[in-house]
Design a protein around this ligand. Sequence first.
Ligand SMILES: Nc1nc2c(ncn2[C@@H]2O[C@H](COP(=O)(O)OP(=O)(O)OP(=O)(O)O)[C@@H](O)[C@H]2O)c(=O)[nH]1
Ligand SMILES: [Mg+2]
Length: 351
Amino acid sequence: MDMENMLKAAETDSFAMEHLISDPRTVVVGCGGAGNNSVDRLQRIGVWGASTIAINTDRAHLERVHADKRVLIGKKITNGQGAGGHPEIAERCAEEAREELEILLRGADITFITAGMGGGTGTGTAPIVAEVAKELGSVVVSMATIPFTAEGRLKGQRASIGLEKLKRNSDSTIVLANDKLLKMVPKMPVNRAFSVMDQMISEVIKEITEAVTQPSLVNLDFADLRTVMAGNGAATVLYGENSANDPHTVVAEALDNPLVDVTYDGATAALIHMTSGPELNLRTMNEVVRGFTEIMDPDANVIWGARTDPRFSGQLKVMAVMNGVQMSCGSFPSVQMERMQTEMACIPIVQ
Ligand SMILES: Nc1nc2c(ncn2[C@@H]2O[C@H](COP(=O)(O)OP(=O)(O)OP(=O)(O)O)[C@@H](O)[C@H]2O)c(=O)[nH]1
Ligand SMILES: [Mg+2]
């Protein structure tokens, strides 16, 4: 990933947005403080064709957020003051608002849900929002961050439990570890580091949406997305950007930079999308796709698309969503973990 550009974009909101075609209908829902902040950033960079919804139990936070719709839930339960780190309180708020959620989410073909796991509202509400969207027939792609080790053991445990529920209710759950920010932007104050994460989340949503909505050289469509995302798996997003002359480096860069610790063997599906200048040729495309498939399960379902854009002349940008990856237990370093044999779930050991 080109960190320089990512940082610049995070700070200036200058990331150029093309207009998206609004079919299929995309809805992005941010749950809780972190989710609301990601939606706020997405709204600022402006994904045309995707509508945004911010959901919170915290009125003060919600009032600061830019979104097409802002929904305060559980007014009688939290008095608009947040769930105070209690996912079970937030769950009650979401259950109470179920009908309202159904009205908001009806008609969406793709629902992106974003939340920071570890607090109350995002952890408690995101799985219920996912469940409602799924029941309405939408493809549900969740993007969840897991807390910094430094945030402590309790948050790690809450995050782990919330993430399992979210995974169960989503077609695909993209996990991003905040600790990865320490490697990428170690000296950055925490608020700005969070804004880098929010920027990444926004860009992934934009990339996936564009991959299926914008006309491409090799087209991906909504049915492809549904195929790749189905299966209740954990997914990771990989980004690489470099010279178009060197597709190997772009793929290596992408594979070296997962936003959570994962192993790729056994990965069941991937959606690969590349963008390059008009000179993009078949050989480059082939090398990129081969670079990913080589490290995946031989039976993996790989779907890919490509778009040319004069602004990317000489450059090659690759984004891949890999589904069914194994999340290493090291991803929850604040909690001692044990890997379950049968499933990829990580369960906390309470000492
Ligand atoms: N990406 C991102 N992550 C954040 C941000 N703020 C907090 N986080 C992470 O998200 C986790 C949950 O925090 P919040 O989203 O503020 O919590 P909440 O869901 O609003 O929960 P309550 O306030 O307890 O109701 C934290 O433990 C952090 O790891 C943010 O602005 N952006
Ligand atoms: Mg909050």
